[in-house]
Write a protein that binds this ligand. Structure first.
Ligand code: SAM
Ligand code: SF4
Ligand code: SF4
Length: 334
């Protein structure tokens, strides 16, 4: 009998239509705020979800109503089969949008194949336009490669291209206006992201914290009043604005404000195949071992329907008012 794949709906009536899938925990950068600097162990390769497992999981989720899939990492472009993964997942019935979040280091080399595979939506993380500072933040000398990757992606016609800039007082706050200028000059969505306390070894501290409102004030001082862009129903967590006469747009992401929990449509899966129901909850459910034992699509769908009922209404408050989680960002993927 044909299985009836139920829509993925949580106990608060929110439909899950967006999967953020980490396809590796490895990375070719060592951003100080994301990776621990010492006692760090990569997951062993057999722990990482295999190609066929990712295809089974995304096929089932697509039947359950997931329409958008974001590949992330670690750094997704260090995974050898990333282009084929993009192509195969993009071909699944029901999937309308494939996106990828990258540090951009391998983009110059891989952008043409990714475009060919059907990828159009790119998020590129970049926290500075200064080569020496890039090294200080990421531990590697790769600014020029990333910049070439951005230009190549613009030339090839990727759209939208979003630049993610994590704001850190005393580290890169003096470049906020320069990044806004990028959005004026190029058709890029530059998004200013508040630094979040993620991971047991997080370098997060109040002294680094800079709010979206502070960044907006700095930008308006330089470019005049920003013009608010109305949110559509599928809008992400960014509040988007137009700069007068600009080719691109600027946006502000305030993860700590949690204004969008009531319309949260997302699910995260870590590189080792564990479902996270909320970024700030360490409650996880492993899928990998069941898939390795040969779970059928219908059984996997029933399991997902059950666990989604445990998705919290909003982040679970811990000891303090500032939400956090133990798992490090590089294995969740943002
Ligand atoms: N390696 C890819 C990259 O850097 O784009 C994808 C994974 S990375 C974990 C995803 C995003 O998370 C990046 O934009 C990164 O800047 C952001 N990120 C990492 N740690 C963060 C933190 N503590 N607060 C805010 N954003 C963070
Ligand atoms: Fe790697 Fe991305 Fe984390 Fe930087 S933010 S260390 S590029 S995973
Ligand atoms: Fe969704 Fe949790 Fe983020 Fe709120 S904090 S938007 S519930 S993932």
């Amino acid at each position: 009998m044909r299985h009836n794949f139920r829509k993925l709906k949580d106990s608060f009536g929110r439909y899950i239509t967006y999967l953020r899938l980490s396809i590796t925990d490895r990375c070719n950068l060592r951003c100080f705020y994301c990776m621990p600097q010492a006692d760090f162990n990569w997951m062993s390769p057999e722990k990482i979800l295999r190609f066929e497992e990712i295809v089974q999981l995304t096929r089932v989720l697509a039947r359950m109503g997931v329409r958008k899939i974001r590949f992330t990492g670690g750094e997704p472009l260090v995974r050898k089969d990333v282009v084929k993964l993009v192509a195969d997942v993009n071909d699944l019935d029901g999937i309308e949008e494939i996106c990828l979040t990258t540090n951009g280091v391998l983009l110059d080399a891989l952008a043409p194949e990714l475009f060919q595979a059907g990828l159009r939506h790119l998020n590129i993380s970049l926290d500075t336009l200064r080569s020496d500072r890039f090294h200080a933040i990421t531990g590697r000398d790769a600014f020029n490669q990333v910049w070439q990757g951005i230009i190549k992606s613009l030339d090839l016609g990727f759209s939208p291209i979003k630049i993610n800039f994590v704001m850190m007082q005393g580290k890169n706050d003096d470049e906020i206006v320069d990044f806004a200028r990028l959005a004026k000059r190029y058709p890029l969505d530059v998004r200013f992201i508040e630094f979040m306390p993620i991971g047991r070894h997080s370098k997060w501290g109040k002294e680094y914290f800079l709010s979206s409102d502070q960044a907006k004030t700095l930008i308006e001082k330089e470019f005049g009043k920003l013009i608010s862009i109305a949110r559509n129903k599928d809008a992400g967590p960014a509040e988007m604005y137009q700069i007068e006469g600009g080719s691109g747009r600027v946006g502000f992401i305030s993860p700590l404000s949690h204004r969008f929990c009531s319309t949260c449509n997302r699910l995260r899966v870590t590189a080792d195949g564990r479902v996270r129901l909320c970024l700030f909850s360490d409650l996880e459910f492993g899928l990998r071992d069941m898939m390795r034992k040969g779970i059928s699509d219908s059984e996997l769908s029933d399991f997902l329907s059950d666990i989604i009922l445990k998705k919290p209404a909003r982040y679970l408050t811990k000891k303090s008012d500032v939400p956090s989680c133990d798992r490090q960002m590089s294995s969740i993927g943002g």
